[in-house]
Structure formats: C-alpha cells, structure tokens
Design a protein around this ligand. Structure first.
Ligand SMILES: Nc1nc2c(ncn2[C@@H]2O[C@H](COP(=O)(O)OP(=O)(O)OP(=O)(O)O)[C@@H](O)[C@H]2O)c(=O)[nH]1
Ligand SMILES: [Mg+2]
Length: 1097
C-alpha cells in the first residue's frame, strides 16, 4: 500500500463525518478512469507520471486492451485539507451502456457522485442516464468538465470561444437536472394534493401548475462554478481547478476580496483596469469576461508556449513565475505533453481541486437524507408508515450512522464479484493449509473408493474399520505424489467477495447476521422470530425469505488489491468474503429481523442478446454448468437459463457484454473450451388488422382478405379439429375433451399506443397483480398513494386509448394481463353472463366502485382460463416466441354442471359459485363475510377444489380447460393476419461531416432508419439518432468504427419492438405475383428471412 498506511485508513473509518462515499459517473470514454488515476496517484499508490496512462482501476486485461471499463471497482483514498483529514471511498464505474448495471451497483453504495463530461462531446445519452440514476438514488452530484485540452489543441478554440462553449455545456447539464427536478417536484405536489384531497373533500380548489415549483429550493441543485460544485479539468494532463482557487490567487494579487471574485469570476463580468473595478455587462460592452482574462488566458498561453510553439524561454519564464519545479529530463522530452503535465500537475493539481470539492460539497454518511432512507426501506407498493413500528425505528439507526456496540448492523450488498483466490491477502496459516490438505485427501479417498469396481467395493465393505483407514492412508500417499495439482484446489480458484456498505453498526469478522431476501416481510419475520427473542446467533425458526450467515473475512477495497480488516464501522464501503452460499447477486444483511430488504437496484439495461452455449467436449458439461452458475453470480446483469430443449442460454445486455461474459466463462469460471451459438434474435408475435393492400400494392377486396385469413387457417391440429370451430369472423370455439366446458375466443390486435403503454407499464401492472393477489388472499396491503395514482393513471390512459364500439367498456372488462400476468397482452371478459371482480378493484377501496357489479364473483376455474391465456401468450404459434399487442376476447364460456355433485357440494347448478376456487376466496372475500358464510366452506375445501374437480379419463377439468383455452387462443391468433415483431435498438452516433456518408451507408445496409440528425453546437460534429433492428446489429459498432477510422462509435440501447410489415406466410397467388416475386416469394420477404434464420422451435 502507498503512503497512507492501513492504520491511518482504519482510524479514518471511525469518523463518519469525514468520510465521503462517491462514484465517478459519465458517458463512455469521457475520462472517468483517467481522472481516478490522478486521484489515486495523489495517495502515492501509483506514480504521478503514470497517472492517466495506467488506468489503474481497469484491472482486467480486456479492459486495458479495449480501453473501456467493464465493472465498477472501489479504492479508499486519504485526503488532507487544512486541519481536516478525510477518507474518500471512490468507486469508478463503466460508461458503456452494456455495463450500466454496474453503475447501479455503484450508485447504491454512495452518497455523492462526480459526474464527468467531455468538454468537446458535452452531454451524451449516458450522461443523462447517469444523472437520472444519481437522482433516483437521491445522491448528490458534482461536475467535472474534463478534456479541456481538446478545446485548445483539437478544436483550436480561442479562450473566449471556449468560455462560450463551456457555458453551453453547463446549460445542457443543468437542463437535464432541471427536468429531473421539476418532474420530481410535480410528482411530490401531486402526492401532497391527493393526501389533502383525502382529508378534505370539499374540492373547490384551484391549482396553479407551478405552485410548489416556486417554493421548492433548487438553488443547491444546479451546477455552477460560483457554487463550488464545478471543476474544469484535463485529467490526461493532470490539471484541474475550481474558481475558488483562482479567487484566492487573485484576491492576494489584486487586492480584491475573495468573496467578490468568487461571485464574478464566472459570469458576465469584466475588469475595468482604470477604475480597478469589476463591472457587469462584459458581453454588451465587448469586453473579455473575467473568467477568460484571469483564468483561461493563462492556460491557453501555457499550452501555446509549451505545446504549440515550444518556446523554451517563455516556458522558463512561466515556470519561474508559477514557482514550480521541472526536471531537466522533462524539459528535454520529445513529447511536449510530458513537460506540460509536469508543470500543470504542480500548478493546478487536479486531485487537489476534485478532492477538496468532493469533501466540501458532497454529504458525509451522517447527512443521509431521511427521504432516501425511507425510499431504501419501502419496497414496491408499500409505504414507509405501513411498516411495523420496530422497522420504522430503524430509520433512526440509518440517520445516526452509529458505530456503537449496541447499534443494529445493517449492510447492503450490491453485487458479488469474483477474485482469484491467489490474489487474496491472507496467506493461510500452516494449520489451515494442513486442514485443507487433509480435507482434499479425504475427498480424494472417497472418490477413489467410489471408483472401485463393484467387486472391489464388496471386498472393501467387508474390510474392517482399521482396514479402511489403512486404505485411506495408502490413497493419501499416492495423492502426495501428485500433490501440486489436486483438482479441488483448481475449482476453488475464484472466491466471491460481496461489494457492500455498512449503513449502521459495526461489522465484525465472524459475526452472525440475518440475510433478508427481496421478498422478506419484516412484519411476518418479527412475529415469528421475536416471540422467541432470538438473534442471528441462535437457531432461527423457519421464516420465509430469511436465513442466517456468518461474515467471512472483511476487506478494504483498494482497486486491484484487498486489505484484510477485523471490523468495519458504519458509513464505509467494504468487501465481505464467505457469502457466496447465501447471496446470489445482491442482498440486505442485518442483525435485526425488523430490517426490511432494501428496494431493488434500478437497472437501466435490458438483457436482450442471447446465445446458446456448449462445451467443445461434451464430457465437460458439468464444468460448463458450474461455470455458468458462477458467472450468473458474478455479473449483476447477465442471466443464465436452461431451455426446455436442454440448451444452456446466456442472456446479456449487448455485444460487448456478451464478449466479456464468454471470456470470463472460458478463462475463469468454467476453464474449458466453449462454443457459443450465433446470437439468438428475440422476436415477438402479433396480429394485425387485415391489410388493405397486397404485396404488389394493390387494393384488396373484402373477399380476398377473407381468403388470406382462411389460407392461414389451414394447418390445424387434427385431434382437436373435431371439437373446434372457427367462424368467418375469426371467433374460435373449442370444447374440452370431456365436452363439459366450451370457450369461444377471438383475437384482436391492440392499438399500437395501447401496446406501448402496456409495455412501458410492466412494473406497475406487476404491482397491480401483487395487490390483487394479496386482496384475494384476504390480506390488505397498504399501498402508497403514489402507486394508487399511478394505477388510476394507467386505467385512465387505457380508457382514453381504447375508444370506439369495439372497445366499449373494455378496460373494466380486463380479465388478465399476460404473459406472466403482467405482459403487453390482454384477456377480456366479454361473456355476457359472467360478472367477475375487476382487476382494478384496489382503486375502489374506500369509495365504492363506480359501477357496482351486481353479483361480481368468481366462477370455478376462472384461474384455468387465465392460465390458458398466460401459456398462449408466453409462446405463440409462429415460432414459440411471446406474444405482444394481442387482445383475446372471451365471448362465451359454458361449463356444464352435470358433474358428480357428491364430490363438490358447493358448486351450484348454474356453476356460478360464491366460494370455492382459491381465487374467489380472496377476491370475493368481503362479500363472503357479508353473507355470513363462515370459514366452514373456506380454505380447506377451496384448496382442495381444483384437484377435486371432476376428473375423468381426460384428467381434471381445470387442466382440460387450461389446455382448451390455450389452444383456442392460439387458433384465434392464427385466424388473424400474423406478423413478427423485431427488437429495435436506438443509437446515437457522433460523427464529423467527412464520415457522415459512410455512417449512413452502414446504417442503410443494416436496415437502420435515421430519425434525426443535428449539428452539435460549437463543434463540427453531427449527432445522428437512428433505430436499428437488433437482428442486424451484430458487428455494427465495429463496422462503424472501422469505416470511420474510429471517429464514430455508436452506443446501442434497446428501445422497442416493431412490427415487420411483411407477412412471413405469404405466398404468391396471382400470375402477376409469381412474376414479381418468384414461385417461393423468398426474394423480398424480410420476415421470412428472419423467420427461417431461427432454429426450429
Ligand atoms: N485529450 C484528453 N483525453 C483524455 C482526457 N482524459 C481522458 N482522456 C482520454 O480519453 C480516453 C478514455 O479515457 P478513460 O479514462 O478510459 O474513460 P472512461 O470514462 O473511464 O471510459 P469508460 O470507463 O470506458 O466509460 C482515453 O484515451 C484517455 O486517454 C483529457 O483530459 N484530455
Ligand atoms: Mg473507465
């Protein structure tokens, strides 16, 4: 370790007031890691000559090779400012979109962030994303405008032009913050209003839309050099400054008070030399602003002397006047940049500027906002004040950030990362080594024993106890011969360390804590655990989503190295070993069972690129399986799944992420040769309204349209044919094999906006489902007003979009969303005789439903219809991909009641019953009580019901109905014109005018579409926004880079699904079409092309 000794850092860890936990955030390549290097060098961990070249925190080989960061990593730095000593726990994060989940894991553990912006590129897409992420986590940002040297050397701006340019960048950043702030204030105001509305229903108030905005204090929010939250820097040349520094320098030199300078150094002020006064209105009077005259001009002339003109004399003068020391070899160096950074890094060391800004402007762990604590503690739809009292008490612990012995320990693990076991600091003691060797021996012996032939085994069995030990010894002797490479050791190569932060209390090695799963409910936990007064040290009763673990080794994270610690007090970021069995990716740990699990991390990336993976040698399958499991744990975003076909599938956020995962799998986790399939392109299946024109753009008559539909209908499952019927309008009627139940279903395309709305509201719909579920189970969930309003808003929006005769009352008739109960497809109840409770029932709480349904109750097997719909929407008939934007309207549903009554006494003649199936118990819960139906008809019976349904040779009715509904949905789907939907990326490409044409060329070739193009102000760069099918995107970024000699590099972000207009099943029917498209019509059909590229389902 460098200058600051471990003892020093341990001492600093105890004083939370002087701790700063922060991360560096930015768009890709804006210079985060370079800046981190400068800060790291200030602690002597790396030499300052290497700062910016080493990229110390990019410890992976591929990070160094590609020049991009792929994971977030932390380092603890020591900083002295005047009397005060600070501990800065710094986390560098990646900027590439593929790794944005790593940003989420970093942001969660911090209280502040350094947002870096490239002075040439300005605010880029990821800059906006990271600002939003910081905002969502309630952490305070400061700004570093980096790469100012590029304005001088590349853009050759004058100091005055540069000033205007910097002003614009600042405006852009503040515009983003402003949008975030206003949306938040408006949201809060809405919440307050609705709370007021609840208490005061008189109503007649007039609202001013801007009310609240005026009251809210936003002065601290914006970035402004005079606020001290902006640093101008060139990390690569090692310099950076805030205007405070210049205010100090000039107040001494010019005899103007520093406070005055501080207010005027940035802005429209100029120096009136005669009057020796600072005046306003530099622009109007055509004067040089103070910032240009006193600050930028100095830097510009230094660059001019050192880099451009290489004027030795002038340089010497500057060096003496600045009072810096330059070594002779730097002066003689052939690269003038060496001399430049030698001068600048002494004159205006960037680490000094940034670290003092951070320590002054960013909050310490003691200043955590109450609002942030509540947000961390209230998961999903729950509101903070609905949590158990003991849980609410814990808020104090967060705010106090106490390291007292009796303070509850609360820790959040935001990711698990793998390190090479050899790189861990603790050399095992002799004893431990001996112990491990013994264990390995034992295992080896066991395996040898197991390998023996059956005959041997029999013999082995008959040997005496002594005989066995003798044999083991024999084995272990043979083991010692091959010792250096026992297989177990190889398997143990990667150790998982939890990337975590202590929010309360002191963590000690070997301590026992509770591991709180994301679904853990403190109310439930407390009732089960507290009665026995137990802590994590005792044997804990079985509580759902709660387990116990022992803290392994604790580590100080020092970039590439780890230092072992005995204990870590509150407010610090740390690494914890020994949790891999308990924590998959993230977790909340606490000594108190009252602690709620923290809200899940906000992930911005959608895993979308999938590949199937196979070992090169089939015998190595177990290693692959194990490797994939490790990879899944080590990556916050990667998903690993086994498909029904037995294929092992890896889902990643993008091409670069995929590559990194494959490398990790090959070199670290599985350590075998693997082969990965071409990326499997995901699709969605949908139906559309019958097209008005055919492939050769001819108007289609009604008859022809019907003909198309029928043509599609031909392939039919034979065994069902006899009991299914499709009418010309596309209504499919299907009867279960036992002929007791019949459903009629029609598929209707949803309007595009509705699909988009549903797709964008998945989280909300999921919450709605959870609420409905708990209502059905008879538990009432305290839902926050914000959630209720959001649900109400969704309903209103749907009502607004689903207009027209076809959709009358459709929103009230929604039966379910799917697949998985929250997808972008609808099941509608258009059965006239069936009134079931609404999916919106949580909105009717308190005030009665707007249209009280007379006998809203669930029928038996309601759930079977829903399940059938879920299955049908999960994999469609075209290529077994999920459906999107399809509405299934159930228009008839008959169940014959001629079922053996002795088995189900509570099912009434007409088959509508008020209790019975599991759902009705809860959904109709209140009614049951009103009717005074006791629990006698309740749970037990209800639970038994689905199985107890009349089973015949076709199996239980519920199952038959599921199958029938699913099949009816599929057939109804096929009765409409079917289309595939392709996943689309959006990308922002920055390119100069010279290479613009080539960028367009590549886009065009890959079926991309340019949405708009604009010139970036103050530069000669164009920004192009385009959409591109995911299917065409592989190699796109590389191709663009190559074609533009590295000048343009696009960031691909998943955006939406788009219908491919051509019909994959289309075949030419008329002579003209044969002529035009050929017999197989495969020349122009993009949908067919894609369809065929897929492996058969
Ligand atoms: N001209 C100039 N180049 C810089 C400056 N700071 C960084 N760079 C260069 O910008 C490139 C990217 O720097 P990094 O520090 O790796 O950027 P990053 O933000 O960490 O990138 P990711 O982690 O991949 O998002 C490197 O080639 C640096 O040398 C600077 O102040 N001026
Ligand atoms: Mg980086």
């Amino acid at each position: 370790m460098g200058h600051s000794s471990l003892e020093k850092i341990i001492a600093l860890q105890r004083n939370p007031e002087n701790i700063r936990n922060l991360c560096i955030l930015a768009h890709v390549d804006h210079g985060k890691t370079t800046l981190a290097d400068c800060l790291v060098a200030s602690n002597g961990i790396i030499s300052s000559r290497l700062a910016g070249k080493l990229r110390y925190l990019d410890s992976r080989e591929d990070e160094q090779l590609r020049g991009i960061t792929m994971k977030s990593s932390a380092i603890s730095l020591h900083f002295t400012q005047g009397e005060k000593e600070y501990l800065v726990n710094l986390i560098d994060s990646p900027g590439h979109v593929d790794f944005s989940s790593e940003v989420s894991t970093a942001v969660r553990l911090c209280d502040g962030a350094i947002v870096v912006v490239d002075a040439v590129e300005g605010v880029c897409p990821q800059t906006q994303v990271v600002l939003r992420q910081a905002w969502l986590e309630n952490i305070r940002p400061v700004l570093v405008i980096n790469k100012i040297d590029r304005l001088i050397i590349e853009l050759k701006l004058t100091s005055q032009e540069a000033y205007a340019h910097l002003q614009k960048i600042l405006e852009q950043v503040n515009a983003v913050t402003g949008t975030l702030f206003t949306s938040k204030v408006l949201e809060e105001r809405a919440e307050k209003d609705s709370e007021e509305k609840e208490s005061d229903l008189s109503g007649d108030q007039v609202y001013d839309w801007s009310a609240g905005l005026e009251e809210a204090d936003d002065s601290n929010l914006y970035f402004s050099p005079d606020q001290g939250n902006v640093v101008f820097a060139s990390a690569i040349d090692g310099w950076g400054f805030s205007i405070q520094q210049f205010a100090q320098i000039y107040s001494q030199r010019m005899g103007i008070r520093a406070e005055v300078l501080l207010k005027t150094l940035w802005g429209d002020f100029y120096l009136n030399a005669k009057a020796k006064k600072i005046m306003k209105g530099a622009q109007a009077k055509g004067k040089k602003p103070l910032f240009v005259q006193l600050v930028l001009d100095n830097i510009w002339s230094l660059y001019d002397a050192v880099v451009t003109r290489r004027d030795k004399e002038k340089v010497e003068k500057v060096v003496t006047s600045l009072g810096v020391k330059v070594m002779a070899r730097d002066t003689r160096h052939s690269d003038p940049k060496v001399l430049l950074s030698a001068i600048c890094s002494q004159w205006l060391p960037v680490s000094q500027a940034v670290l003092s800004m951070v320590c002054e402007k960013l909050p310490s762990p003691l200043d955590m906002a109450a609002e942030r604590v509540e947000k961390l503690m209230s998961v999903g739809a729950r509101r903070f004040d609905s949590l158990p009292e003991e849980t609410q008490e814990l808020k104090k612990a967060f705010l106090q950030c106490s390291s007292q012995e009796n303070a509850p320990v609360i820790i959040f693990v935001s990711k698990m990362f793998a390190v090479d076991t050899k790189a861990l600091p603790q050399p095992l003691t002799q004893e431990e080594i001996a112990q491990r060797r013994e264990l390995a021996r034992q295992r080896h012996a066991d395996r040898m024993a197991a390998d023996q032939s059956a005959a041997d085994l029999a013999k082995y069995d008959s040997t005496t106890q002594d005989g066995q030990t003798a044999k083991q010894e024999e084995n272990s002797k043979s083991l010692t011969v091959k010792e250096p490479k026992p297989e177990e050791d190889e398997q143990q190569k990667e150790t998982f360390i939890a990337f975590a932060r202590v929010y309360s209390g002191v963590v000690k090695r070997g301590q026992r804590v509770f591991v709180l799963g994301p679904k853990y409910d403190p109310a439930q936990g407390l009732s089960m655990v507290n009665t026995q007064g137990c802590t994590a040290t005792d044997s804990v009763p079985e509580v759902p989503h709660l387990s116990c673990c022992t803290m392994g080794n604790l580590y100080l994270l020092m970039g590439r190295e780890l230092e072992e610690l005995e204990e870590v007090p509150c407010g610090n970021v740390l690494g914890i070993g020994g949790l891999e069995e308990y924590v998959l990716k993230s977790a909340t740990l606490s000594t108190s069972p009252a602690c709620p699990p923290f809200t899940p991390l906000n992930f911005e990336a959608t895993p979308i690129v999938r590949v199937a993976i196979e070992p090169k040698h089939p015998s190595e399958m177990p290693k692959l399986v194990r490797g994939m499991r490790l990879l899944n744990q080590a990556d916050p975003c990667a998903e690993v799944l086994i498909q029904e076909t037995g294929e092992h599938v890896l889902v990643t956020a993008g091409e670069v992420h995929l590559q990194r995962c494959l490398d990790d799998l090959r070199d670290r986790f599985a350590k075998i040769e693997i082969s990965a399939s071409k990326p499997i392109i995901p699709f969605r299946e949908t139906v559309i309204r019958p097209p008005k024109v055919d492939m050769v753009n001819e108007e289609m008559g009604k008859q022809q349209k019907v003909a198309i539909i029928h043509q599609v209908n031909e392939p039919r499952h034979e065994q069902i044919q006899e009991i299914s019927h499709v009418d010309p309008s596309g209504l499919v009627t299907l009867t279960t094999p036992n002929r007791l139940a019949t459903v009629s279903i029609r598929a209707i395309p949803l309007p595009e906006e509705v699909t988009r709305l549903l797709d964008g509201s998945l989280e909300l719909i999921r919450t709605l489902e959870q609420v409905n579920m708990s209502l059905r189970e008879g538990r009432s969930l305290d839902i926050s007003t914000r959630t209720l309003e959001a649900i109400e808003g969704l309903k209103a929006k749907l009502e607004g979009l689903l207009q027209g005769r076809k959709w009358r009352n459709a929103v009230d008739r929604i039966w379910a969303f799917g697949p998985r109960r929250y997808g972008p497809n609808l099941l509608l109840n258009n059965v006239d005789s069936y009134q079931r409770p609404s999916v919106w029932q949580c909105l009717f709480k308190g005030n009665k439903p707007s249209k009280p349904a007379p006998q809203a109750a669930l029928r038996d097997f309601d759930n079977s219809i829903i399940s059938g719909f879920q299955l049908a929407t999960l994999s469609g008939p075209m290529c077994e991909e999920p459906l999107m934007g399809v509405c299934f309207s159930v228009e008839r549903w008959d169940i014959q009641a001629s079922t053996p009554l002795q088995q189900q006494d509570s099912v009434e003649e007409d088959s509508i019953s008020h209790e019975s199936s599991e759902d009705s118990r809860a959904e109709g819960g209140s009614e049951m009580d009103e009717q005074g139906e006791g629990p006698a008809a309740g749970p037990n019976q209800a639970k038994r019901r689905p199985e107890a349904g009349p089973a015949d040779c076709y199996g239980p009715v519920s199952g038959q109905l599921i199958a029938a509904t699913k099949e009816a949905c599929r057939q109804a789907f096929q009765a409409q014109p079917q289309r595939l939907m392709a996943a689309m990326y959006t990308c922002d490409i920055m390119a100069t005018a010279e290479v613009l044409g080539r960028v367009y060329g590549v886009l065009g070739k890959r079926e991309g579409r340019v949405l708009h193009e604009e010139m970036k102000e103050g530069t000669d760069m164009f920004i192009i926004k385009a959409v591109l099918p995911v299917a065409e995107s592989f190699g796109f970024a590389d191709e663009i880079r190559k074609r533009t000699s590295g000048l343009a590099s696009p960031q691909l972000v998943f955006s939406h699904w788009e219908v491919i207009s051509s019909d994959p099943y289309w075949v030419p029917t008329t002579e003209e079409e044969y002529l035009h498209f050929g017999e197989k019509a495969d020349s122009a059909n993009q949908a067919l092309k894609i369809h065929e590229r897929r492996p058969p389902p």
